[in-house]
Ligand binder design. Sequence first.
Ligand code: CP3
Length: 355
Amino acid sequence: MKELQNDRFIRACLRQDVDRTPVWMMRQAGRYLPEYRATRAKAGGFLKLCKTPELACEVTMQPIERFNIDAAILFSDILVIPEAMGMELTFGAGEGPKFPSPLQSHADVEKLPIPDPEDKLGYVMGAVRTICSALDNRIPLIGFAGSPWTLATYMVEGGGSKNFSKVKGMAFTQPKTMHLLLEKLADSVAIYLNAQIANGVRAVQIFDTWGGILSTSDYKEFSLNYMQRIVQQLDRDYEGNKIPVILYSKGGMGWLESIADTGCDVVGLDWSIDIDQARERIGHKVALQGNMDPGMLYASPERIRAEVKDILRRFGHHNGHVFNLGHGITPDVPVENAAAFFKAVQEESAQWHQK
Ligand code: CP3
């Protein structure tokens, strides 16, 4: 692999020195950008966008061309894995994802195959290669997947949920079925992320959006264990490059020590914790990513800058911080406010890296 022109993001993930704090934003390619909405209309829907490598590349590059960002993230969705396992998936206009035939029985889970990513998810691999050639080693591309538990919530609930009654019902009344599902998902995700790495991504993030709905012991049993199983299977040294692994469990700030103990390189923070406290707890082991409240993007550019400065001050003069939001940017954020966020991190962070 060729050297990156801007490797700040990778260096920060590995807790090496940088000239300023790198920044990217979860969901940086998305509906808040008018050019994204235009490309999605041209594609004829969100899933078509994901499945057409040239268009997935186009939307991945849109925020990169507009702002000065230190990493690109593959444009795709976590739910392409269950679809590749044979479950029908739809995204209606203005609705969330739906699985019309959710998993119910042990037999349903037994039938699920572990998909070959080059075959069933070839369009994702095509997108990774197309994006890497468009990026031309300027900045790294981040690959990603959902955590087994988070994928299971959608596969068992049939879509988004308020109470998670079906997936918790399965976990607590049919634990063998749930564990079989989580095992299959962990192995599918590990093979899938390794294929993304082989096709050119320079880091991977596991999104555990729904780990935080569990109790401490259930989080360990149903979510963290399986993320650890993935971390252990990943190709973390690829063609001489270290491939950092980021784990992000929304609502999981009570479990930071256990998350850091999986052996990941970076722990993603939501906005419910002060970053100085997170650093005191686990900063000797891992880098931290985060953690501005995405809702702060509804404030003025001045207020956004003040918040960025406060997070930088709390983190202090240390290595190992990747600036990000605590969750994805929402569709109705004004583009100027997203621009103000990136600019503030770039302008305010260098002073924290002077020797
Ligand atoms: O960060 C990025 O820019 C990369 C792209 C990305 C998408 N989804 C694109 C997307 C990533 C990393 C995801 C991950 C994802 N998908 C998660 C985990 C992260 C998180 O936000 O918690 C989850 C839970 C999903 C499942 C999913 N996909 C939901 C619940 C929805 C509907 C959400 C909504 O806001 O309506 C999606 C759709 C989706 N995924 C969109 C995008 C840009 C919006 C689709 C559209 O254009 O209409």
